[in-house]
Each structure stands twice: as C-alpha cells, then as structure tokens.
Ligand binder design. Structure first.
Ligand code: PMP
Length: 484
C-alpha cells in the first residue's frame, strides 16, 4: 500500500511524539528466563507472558512475580511449593488474612442460595448498606452506592459531588492514587499509567496540591514548626488567590465541587501525614463550601489501628470511599455519603451489572463481623507496633534507611536514601533489596514518589513469627546491599 497513513512508523510518530512503540514481549520473557524460580513457576510465567498484555502490573510490582497457587492467612505458596511471608496481602484486599475459614464458609453457603442478581436488591446488599452507614465516621444520616472496583467507587464519588454541588473542580493531592479509569486517572499521580490514555486524557476540572509528606516537605519546612503551612498554601494560593480559577471570593463564586484525599497515602509509598493535615482540609471544605471525599480504599478496614484511617484525625468526611479489604478478597466497593448527596439521582442515573453483587456483600458482612469478633483493629495496632519497632532497630544498623513510617497499625514503610542530609533517593539499592526479599521469601511492595520506599501491607492477622522472619530477611538483604 502506498498510503503512508497505514505504515506503522507513521502512527508511532504522530501518536507518540515522545516514544516509539516498544516490544516488551522479549524483555519480559528474558526476565522470566533468568529468574531464580522453580521449574513449574517459570513454565507458568512463560505462558502468562505469552498470553497476557505486557502491561500487566506484576512485572512492575516485582522484577518477576511469583505464581501463587495457595495461601493461608499471612503465608503464600508458589507453584513449586516455595513459601512467602505475605506483606502485600493482595494489595490490601486480603486484610483479614488469605482464605479465612469463615469467609470460605460464607462464600460457600451464600453460593448455594444466590451468587448474583444484577444490580437489584438482595438481603446481604441491604444489610451491608445499613452496616456501612453505621460503622463509618459521621454522626449524620448516610446513603450508600455500591460498585465493584476502587476506581468505580472514586469515580462515583466525583460524579456525586459534581452533581450535588453543580461545581466542576475536584482538588486532589500530588502522589495520590484514586484509580485508573478515564474518569479517575486525572486524580492519580501515576504518569507511567496516565500516558497510556494518550492522546486523550480527561483531566479537565482537576487541580492539585502537595500532600503532607513531611520527610520531603514540598515547601522545605519541618513539622511541627511549619504550623501546617501546606494547608495554608491551599487556602492562600488556590482558594483565596486573586488569580485562582477555583474560587472568586468577591463574587462568592466557587467552582470547587470537592477535595478527594487519601487519609494516608498508599500507592505513593505509605506516607502518614500529621493528624492536623486532614483536620485542616476539613476546615477548608467547611469554610469554602466544598465536599470532602476521603478515599479509605486501602488505608481503611483496620489497617492503621483504627477501623477507618480518617478516625485518627477525628473528622467527619462528606463521602467515604471503600473497597479492597471490605469483602475478604472479593471485588466490591462503595461510597458512603451524607444522605442528601445521594438523594437526588434519578433511578436511571447509574447501573453496573456486578455492583453490590450478593456474594461480595455476604462476604463483606462476614469481614466486619470477624473484625469485631477477633478484635482485629486492636490486633493491627499491636502487631503493627511490634513490626514498627523492628524496623526502627534496622534503621539503627543501616544508615541507608532515611525514614521509617509506622506507629499506626500495619501501615509501614522504609525510605532509603544515599545520604541522610541530602536525602538523595537510593533507587538502585531499594530495587536490589526488593528483589533479594522476594528471592528469600518475603512479598512486599516497592513504591514511593522516587521508587525508594519499601512498603509493608500485611494482613491485620500477621503472626509475630512471620514478622520476625520478615525482619530477618530484610536485615540480610540490607547487609548484601551494603556490599554492592
Ligand atoms: N484508591 C486507593 C487509595 C487505592 O489504593 C486504589 C488501588 N490501589 C484505588 C483507589 C483503586 O482501586 P482499584 O484498583 O480497585 O480500582
């Protein structure tokens, strides 16, 4: 064909000015070939790479992911029977431990009656909506809107806030992760993912502010002497500023529908802000008349030593977004909002075939029952403290550990730096340690604004002996990293 338009290179140039298409197939196959895994696992990985898109996240979470075939509470086993301490717990979805016997029983019993009934009312669904309204912060009447993934739910939160307020702008933080659908990608600071929406990206109507990541304060200040300058910045520059497009004070015009915030930043590498941060944002939402949406998808469900992470600051959000750990490993999400926010959608306004499906709701009711019965919020606080103290001991031995995040349940991370004064991120060594941990049987997450944070996302039910083993694997990895 003579027409240039159909030539592959022509597309590459026009559609992707910054990079040509890269064939990752060979790269991933090579990684699998050279990985020190057992034969069965490698065989399965070869088939995985051959049959699925090279965009699979597992090759970013790990250099090469293990193929887990079985898991029990805090331990996971690959196809060759190799054991791993699970400090990932399905990225916080298996918060009460993998394959909890009561969840298995509930799923099995509910499956005999009803698995799914479209987006229609069922008994577990009605009960779960009532339960979520009761157990989330806010002494006011609430309503629930179910969905399937976290991204669905944050998107619904934004839609609800815009519809209710009649305003356009959503304020979100740098470093945030709220989902990767077309409607949520603009609130998520993952350039590497966002670029795949090119040449279309729905980032109209979003505005951004720095998170209270105090170890690397965007304003070069120190907590607490900063007096929460970051909240002040939002107020003075974004809400009051004469040049701001968000609020026109004199005319009393606000274009801000809501602010969405993770009470603790998760995918950014487990960052805990001072409690005053959320309090300050709540004050802004009250003073300037926009809604406060708190995304509890990952930090919620007991992880931080409270049932909901926002409880640490004592605020009452207008909308709370829940997902991941609420259903014991089954996909289910929801928004829980002030009643009046969800009272004005016409019955045709939304539908999703699997939203609030029966099996997920039944499992979720059981999750909250187990959390209460087994006192797992308290357990998260106690075992989290034990893990945190172990990490602080490691910091004394290895100067590469610039910062230890913890003290709030099993919400834990290490930040690695080349120099404690300059805080230059030790990216290569972080990667090295993550790979070493995997090879020695510890699943964790490599993340952070600069990919120099190791985050630990264990189940609230992780045992002391697993924590000890995890710390010992980490220590050996740090010793090896010192030699490279
Ligand atoms: N919000 C937060 C805080 C998350 O951590 C995630 C997932 N990492 C999401 C939203 C999106 O959830 P999902 O992957 O289920 O769409």
């Amino acid at each position: 064909m003579s027409n240039n338009f159909f030539k592959k290179d022509f597309f590459a140039k026009i559609v992707r000015p910054r990079e040509k298409l890269v064939n990752f197939d060979e790269i991933l196959k090579d990684r699998v070939k050279n990985k020190n895994f057992g034969a069965k696992t490698k065989g399965l990985l070869t088939r995985y790479v051959q049959s699925e898109s090279s965009g699979i996240v597992s090759f970013a979470t790990f250099d090469v992911p293990p193929v887990i075939v079985r898991a029990k509470n805090d331990l996971a086993y690959d196809a060759d029977g190799r054991e791993y301490i699970d400090c990932l717990s399905g990225f916080a979805a298996s918060t009460i431990g993998q394959c909890h016997p009561e969840i298995i029983k509930t799923i099995s019993e509910q499956s005999r009656d009803l698995i799914h009934n479209f987006d229609l009312p069922t008994v577990p669904r009605i009960e779960l909506a009532e339960k979520l309204s009761k157990i989330t912060p806010g002494k006011f009447e609430k309503k629930v809107m179910f969905s399937v993934t976290g991204s669905d739910a944050t998107e619904n939160a934004v839609r609800a806030a815009r519809w209710y307020s009649g305003c356009q702008y959503i304020l979100s933080a740098y470093g945030a992760y709220h989902g990767v659908t077309a409607g949520t990608m603009a609130m998520t600071s993952k350039g590497g993912m966002g670029r795949y929406y090119y040449p279309m990206m729905n980032n109209n109507g979003f505005s951004y502010f720095p998170y209270a990541y105090c170890y690397r304060c965007a304003f070069g200040k120190e907590y607490p002497s900063c007096d929460m300058f970051c909240v002040d910045y939002i107020e003075k520059n974004m809400l009051k500023g004469k040049e701001s497009h968000l609020v026109e004070e004199k005319g009393g015009v606000s274009n801000v529908a809501a602010m969405i915030i993770e009470p603790m930043q998760c995918s950014a590498g487990y960052i805990i802000p001072p409690d005053e941060f959320l309090k300050g944002l709540k004050r802004l939402s009250d003073d300037y008349g926009f809604l406060l949406i708190v995304d509890e998808i990952q930090a919620g469900v007991g992880r931080t030593g409270r049932l909901w992470a926002s409880e640490h600051s004592g605020i009452e959000p207008d909308i709370i977004v829940v997902g991941k750990g609420i259903a014991g490993g089954l996909p289910l999400s929801a928004i829980v909002a002030r009643k009046e926010i969800l009272n004005n959608w016409a019955p045709t306004a939304h539908v999703s075939t699997f939203a609030g499906y029966t099996l997920g709701c039944a499992a979720s009711l059981k999750v909250f029952e187990i959390i209460e019965k087994e006192n797992l919020v308290k357990r998260s606080e106690e075992i989290g403290k034990y893990f945190y103290e172990g990490l602080l001991e490691l910091q004394k031995k290895f100067p590469i550990i610039g910062d230890v995040t913890g003290g709030k349940g099993v919400f834990l991370a290490l930040e690695l730096v080349k120099d404690n004064k300059t805080k230059e991120p030790a990216i290569e060594k972080t990667k090295f340690i993550a790979v070493e941990c995997l090879e020695e049987g510890l699943l964790l997450q490599l993340g952070g604004y600069f990919y120099n944070r190791l985050t630990f996302i264990p189940a609230l039910t992780i045992t002391k002996s697993s924590v000890d083993r995890a710390l010992s694997i980490l220590e050996n990895a740090f010793i090896k990293a010192e030699r490279i």
